[in-house]
Design a protein around this ligand. Structure first.
Ligand code: NAD
Length: 444
């Protein structure tokens, strides 16, 4: 099948490469000329494990090409996947202007019947809006091709995006005709045959909602355990053992019950806000989601409180952030807790260093004033405190001695609970983690 993928970013590029691996002929279209040039040069423009190797393979096989020109991508495609961004507006609603632009482009350049597939995360009812845009454009242009809108939400996780896409835990698509459903079936037939993953075939609005409900639920679990962690700190309980104890119940499970700095990234924060916005818009306020968001923001503030508790004021103090990316395995800084912390620390006069094995330079560009490091020991040297933000191997592997020898004051705020409190205390580190009360010794 000939497939066009519009927007070759974190979702689109990985999806395009997977479609090509499954034997389809794929063209990736992006309006960012620099990204297209990098991809035509044979290089992925962002870091994702296994992506470069997959690209090398499918590009060499002649199954994936890139262009900035819609006339090279859309004519002849049976399916066009829209993978453009849907970033948040001020009020929490997603900005759907990029997606609308895609609908217009498809209406203008389609040379036959085609299914426009929303892979971007969108609120329920977006499909209907896109159909309206397409119908208007087609009327204006005198085009009569049948362009149907389908929904096929993406569940990949950055850091394991290639693996998640090649071996999905489920495939969900929503269509409004048998013809569109058959196109989606054909797209995914190779991976369903090879992997036997479950397929949920449904209508467009239900498919759109599955994505929102999934991300909102996962974010809720994270905020739930973070709220529990705050209580643990007050009553002297250990949140990790609480989560383990809960997780043994098969109705609960252990996943997404790790207390820490909270969720970040390009999806959870915006998707929680977008779902809350949609709920308000349809007259069914989902206040739980407002609380999920508030708890998440409070986790970052709590780290600042702990730093102040240790260092008194932060003006002129040097704080090392261990990890910048929102999670290991990616160089994505969107809504990364470390970015929020860096901005807050700089605003009160602290000097901020950031270690990250892949996102150090991007961090310095994102937050001017941050001193970037790709060497974790250099980042620690003579700083007044360190904050664990991302569970990179280089950070998890730090020993109590590394902190004691490296830092000016051995103060560690472990925002990801990666270290052993007993070992840290035994080595003389003033160690705070999340929801593990009693981990820090009294000021001595
Ligand atoms: P991204 O910013 O990495 O990629 C978007 C790409 O679209 C960019 O390369 C941009 O240049 C391009 N683009 C924008 N407008 C365009 C246009 N009119 N024509 C051609 N190209 C255009 O974004 P992403 O992280 O891949 O996210 C895309 C969508 O997928 C979002 O809705 C997001 O919520 C959703 N999603 C993301 C993830 C994730 O982990 N990143 C997971 C699941 C779903």
């Amino acid at each position: 099948m000939r497939i066009a993928v519009i927007g070759v970013g974190h979702v689109g590029l990985v999806s395009a490469a997977a479609f090509a691996r499954w034997g389809h002929d794929v063209v990736g279209l992006d309006d960012d000329a620099a990204k297209v040039a990098t991809l035509r040069d044979g290089r992925a423009w962002f870091h994702e494990p296994g992506l470069q190797e997959l690209l090398d393979e499918v590009v060499a096989a002649g199954r994936l090409t890139f262009t900035g020109d819609p006339t090279e991508a859309i004519p002849g495609a049976a399916a066009v996947f829209a993978c453009v961004g849907t970033p948040p507006n001020e009020d929490g609603s997603p900005n759907l202007a990029y997606l609308e632009a895609v609908a217009r482009t498809v209406a203008e350049h389609a040379t036959g019947d085609v299914v426009l597939v929303e892979k971007s995360t969108v609120p329920a009812s977006t499909g209907r809006r896109l159909e309206q845009v397409i119908a208007r454009e087609q009327a204006r242009l005198g085009s009569t091709h049948r362009i149907e809108v389908a929904s096929n939400p993406e569940f990949l996780r950055e850091g394991s995006a290639v693996e998640d896409t090649l071996h999905p835990d489920r495939i969900v698509y929503g269509t409004s005709s048998d013809a569109a459903r058959d196109v989606l079936r054909a797209v995914y037939a190779p991976v369903v045959a090879a992997d036997g993953c479950p397929v949920v075939e449904t209508d467009v609005a239900t498919s759109e909602l599955i994505k929102h409900a999934s991300n909102a639920f996962l974010a809720t679990r994270i905020s739930f355990i973070n709220a529990v962690a705050r209580i643990c700190e007050q009553v002297g309980a250990d949140v990790q053992v609480v989560a383990d104890g809960m997780g043994h119940d098969p109705r609960i499970g252990r996943a997404f019950l790790s207390a820490g700095l909270g969720y970040g990234g390009s999806c959870f924060p915006k998707d929680v806000d977008a779902f809350a916005h949609l709920a308000r818009a349809v007259g069914v306020p989902f206040r739980l989601l407002d609380e999920v968001r508030a708890i998440n923001v409070a986790q970052r503030d709590h780290v600042l409180d702990k730093l102040r508790q240790e260092l008194w004021h932060l003006d002129g103090k040097t704080v090392t952030l261990l990890g910048a990316a929102f999670k290991p395995g990616t160089d994505d800084l969107r809504e990364a807790p470390a970015v929020h912390l860096a901005r807050a620390l700089l605003a009160v006069g602290a000097r901020v260093r950031a270690f990250d094995p892949v996102a150090h330079a991007a961090m310095a560009a994102e937050v001017p004033g941050v001193e970037p490091h790709d060497d974790v020991h250099a980042a620690l040297h003579e700083a007044h405190a360190a904050v664990v933000c991302t569970e990179w191997d280089e950070v998890v592997g730090l020993t109590p001695d590394d902190y004691v020898r490296g830092l000016a004051y051995p103060i560690v705020i472990d925002g990801r609970n990666v270290h052993d409190p007993a070992a840290m205390l035994a080595a003389g580190v003033r160690y705070h983690s999340v929801g593990r009360a009693g981990a820090a010794p009294e000021v001595g």
